[in-house]
Design a binder for this molecule. Structure first.
Ligand SMILES: Nc1ncnc2c1ncn2[C@@H]1O[C@H](COP(=O)(O)OP(=O)(O)OP(=O)(O)O)[C@@H](O)[C@H]1O
Ligand SMILES: [Mg+2]
Length: 354
């Protein structure tokens, strides 16, 4: 037996260990939780876990460094959260973004205004890696966003996005909508830690000098409980805890959008991106949604908000960008941009919206 193991190539040996660990770990974990469903899930999870165990891979299947920051740029201003340089995006022959350069500092509330089709949503979608820029760079918290090197999923955890049309799952209750992503990512993180813990335990058997601490990890029940508590606290914060068990179809537009906002917040994002969060709402519901966003702003959240609510922009924005034909035509604090616009297109735009 020992002789066979000694002959086994290192990779194969690791596979064998992994298999043993997988089944032992999964069943042990499930038994500890005394949960029949979980045992079933755990026993079936060999393939799924093997896939997840390839550690952080980006959505193109390439490996990425664990902290997603291998290519940290030198001379990066600590205050800058997002740095966009000469960003271009074309759809076929339609060049939508034609060289956007700007920075968003931590805690800033940047409002983007501009005519329909000028590229506002496309810019937000590039920030969230929902679109791949044609050229140019986006650096987020010191790490360049590049689908070849960044994990899209890891990145999106840091950026909460709220759309015009809520995008809630109608087949899930309100609280399930809010819990969905935290539970999914919490379980994925837990599985990585669990795997690491088992390998480390195994290593310690063979290597008495190994001093690395074995990581602890939560159970699935603990992850779900934490997500539920957090979701209920968020609902409480926006006065909708009585809607936890309701389905989205029974709610008003304003309520749905407030829930979409706290659903994004449940992932503890570093920045919130809003794409016209109130433009699909009946006028009497606009105020309640803007109130939630204002409260978030006062709490120090970094935000990029596409909106035509000029009164709100004046009150909340630290800076306003006017985008026209895919470039930033004006970039100034709200009092200056609205009070004394310089660009001719901006003047024309404001004469229509003010
Ligand atoms: N996925 C896509 N495929 C092809 N063209 C697209 C795509 N997304 C956006 N476009 C085009 O890019 C241009 C800019 O669209 P974008 O949605 O960014 O504008 P916008 O400033 O957000 O406008 P609005 O104020 O109407 O929301 C438009 O001409 C649009 O048709
Ligand atoms: Mg848009």
């Amino acid at each position: 037996m020992e002789k066979d193991e000694a002959k086994m190539p290192a990779g194969e040996q690791a596979d064998v260990f992994e298999n043993i660990i997988d089944s032992a770990d999964a069943v042990q974990d499930a038994a500890a939780e005394n949960n029949a469903d979980l045992i079933e899930e755990a026993e079936e999870s060999g393939a799924e876990e093997a896939q997840e165990s390839t550690e952080a891979e980006n959505d193109n299947g390439q490996e990425v460094p664990e902290n997603d920051k291998e290519a940290v740029l030198p001379d990066c201003d600590d205050d800058v959260l997002i740095s966009i340089t000469d960003l271009h995006k074309s759809f076929g022959k339609n060049e939508v973004l034609r060289g956007v350069t700007t920075q968003v500092k931590k805690g800033e509330k940047v409002v983007i205004i501009g005519p329909s089709g000028s590229g506002k949503s496309t810019l937000l979608r590039c920030l969230n890696m929902m679109e791949t820029p044609t050229s140019g760079t986006i650096v987020f918290d010191g790490a360049p966003l590049d689908p070849k090197h960044s994990s899209i999923n890891l990145h999106r955890r840091s950026m909460g996005m709220v759309f015009q049309h809520f995008n809630l799952f109608n087949n899930l209750t309100v609280v399930e909508n809010i819990m969905l992503a935290p539970v999914k990512t919490g379980i994925a993180d837990m599985k990585k830690l669990r795997r690491k813990a088992f390998f480390l335990k195994l290593r310690k058997v063979f290597d008495k000098n190994c001093t690395e601490e074995i990581p602890s990890y939560p159970s699935k029940a603990e992850i779900r409980k934490k997500a539920l508590d957090n979701a209920m606290a968020l609902l409480e914060r926006i006065g909708l805890s009585d809607k936890a068990a309701a389905y989205p179809s029974t709610l008003s537009g304003g309520q749905k959008q407030r829930i979409a906002i706290v659903r994004a917040l449940a992932m503890y994002p570093r920045v919130m991106l809003f794409d016209e969060p109130t433009s699909a709402l009946d006028p009497e519901m606009v105020g309640e949604v803007l109130e939630v966003i204002k409260e978030l702003a006062e709490g120090g959240m970094t935000m990029v908000i596409v909106t035509h609510e000029i009164g709100f922009a004046r009150e909340v924005a630290t800076r306003v960008l006017f985008i026209d034909e895919g470039v930033i035509k004006e970039d100034a604090p709200p009092a200056e941009l609205f009070g004394a616009p310089k660009d001719a297109r901006l003047k024309e735009f404001l004469s229509k919206v003010l």
